[in-house]
Design a protein around this ligand. Structure first.
Ligand code: GDP
Ligand code: MG
Length: 180
């Protein structure tokens, strides 16, 4: 019997409060969505096992516990991250404008060996809202930002409708694995 090593990958999720970070994780890991807004408290991370080619991988996904308002995430939060997921709400311009800060904050705190090649992924969430009529950030604008940051992969998602959540996290896992 062959014993296969399981690779642990740490992923951290950053973005303004209310953009749907916890909802995306819940949809991905538990296939659940809740309308209720609860500032995240409790567990620091959730895990999901998956197979990429012939590799068994454990994704350890770290969520901010409401501290996004205070920018007070501790050093343990960032330590050893293999991939950073940035999330904004396509219906809220401020959450898009904040991406620059989250990106910089990550690089400052995590201090990766090679900042230029560190894998980020951007998720534009809540594309379901009002059938897309209330969106204020276009896909083009988001992709331009990603291009300027060194071709960050971009996914438009809905945690509510379970749209593009699995493909986004598969891309995240692959990026983290390549960086491992
Ligand atoms: P967080 O603060 O970034 O963790 O955001 P939450 O995951 O707590 O979500 C904030 C609110 O937005 C909650 O009321 C969620 O139900 C709602 N929400 C999250 N994702 C979506 C989505 O894709 N579509 C819609 N319509 N609502 C969402
Ligand atoms: Mg949350």
């Amino acid at each position: 019997m062959s014993v296969r090593r399981r690779t642990l990958l740490k992923v951290i999720v950053l973005g303004d409060s209310g953009v749907g970070k916890t909802s995306l994780m819940n949809q991905y890991v538990h296939n659940k969505f809740s309308q209720q807004y609860k500032a995240t408290i409790g567990a620091d991370f959730v895990t999901k096992e998956l197979q990429i080619d012939d590799k068994l991988v454990t994704l350890q996904i770290w969520d901010t516990a409401g501290q996004e308002r205070f920018q007070s995430l501790g050093v343990a939060f960032y330590r050893g991250a293999d991939c950073c997921v940035l999330v904004y709400d396509v219906n809220v311009m401020r959450s898009f404008d904040s991406l620059e800060n989250w990106h910089d904050e990550f690089l400052k705190q995590a201090n990766p060996a090679d900042p230029k090649s560190f894998p980020f992924i951007l998720l534009g969430n809540k594309i379901d809202v009002d059938g897309g009529n209330s969106r204020v950030v276009s896909e083009k604008k988001a992709k331009e930002w990603c291009a300027a940051k060194g071709n960050i992969p971009y996914f438009e998602t809905s945690a509510k409708e379970d749209y593009n959540v699995d493909p986004a996290f598969l891309c995240i896992a692959k990026a983290a694995l390549a960086n491992e």
